[in-house]
Design a protein around this ligand. Structure first.
Ligand code: G3P
Length: 218
């Protein structure tokens, strides 16, 4: 399973990268705004700064919602760095843009996936990744994990090459269940990645080991 971090915060990206387990980064316009990154030139420069930290897979989202402009924007984003994956929303023109960009060898991540039909469409258009938002489904009393399971089954049935990038992951159980189900990638905030470290018996056990060592070596 690959781990992506879902943030535009450079310090958090560096911290996750330094841990040695980071395979990529996902951003979106909301995450860029949260970091105060505004204006096209600053946004493009920020994507480049992210690419300079990590080894590959930096999702950069288009703002346009019409086919022609999405394609132009996608090509420009892909020019920033070979690590860029162009993120395209699941709308009709987005599906067409994914088809065009993927036929040009530009990697795409189809975002805002909330049902299996959308996942199938994006995969058929040639998306490199699809991003089902499981936390946001949970927020409206639907089962986000059930959607991940369904998409894994469908993609396995047809050997789709598109990778399932489970997004909107809010906690450890989400991530672990996605791993059990066979999602290829989980993108989550730094706190979820670091949360995987935690178990009270680990802390307690280490405390005892160190105390026993100190007794014998003082
Ligand atoms: O990658 C998708 C993510 O940014 C959405 O997460 O927590 O805003 O639903 P959230």
């Amino acid at each position: 399973m690959k781990f992506f971090i879902d943030t535009a915060n450079l310090a958090e990206i560096q911290e996750a990268y330094d841990l040695g387990v980071l395979d990529g980064v996902t951003t979106n316009p909301s995450l860029m705004a949260k970091e105060g990154i505004t204006g096209q030139a600053n946004i493009l420069a920020h994507y480049k700064a992210i690419c300079d930290i990590v080894d590959d897979n930096v999702s950069a989202e288009v703002i346009a919602t019409d086919y022609e402009t999405m394609v132009v924007e996608g090509r420009a984003l892909a020019q920033i760095d070979s690590k860029i994956v162009v993120k395209i929303p699941m709308i009709k023109d987005g599906v067409k843009a994914i088809k065009t960009l993927s036929s040009e060898g530009i990697r795409t991540n189809c975002t805002l996936i909330f049902n299996a039909g959308q996942a199938i469409l994006a995969a058929k258009a040639g998306a490199s990744y699809i991003s089902p938002f499981l936390g946001r489904l949970d927020d409206i009393s639907m089962d986000g994990l059930e959607l991940i399971d369904q998409i894994v089954t469908i993609f396995d049935n047809y050997d789709f090459e598109t990778e399932i990038l489970a997004a909107s992951i809010r906690h450890n159980i989400h991530l672990i269940k996605c791993a059990e189900m066979g999602a290829h990638i989980a993108t989550c905030p730094l706190k979820v990645i670091l949360g995987l470290l935690k178990h009270p018996l680990t802390d307690k056990g280490l405390e005892i080991f160190l105390a026993d060592y100190a007794k014998g070596n003082s």
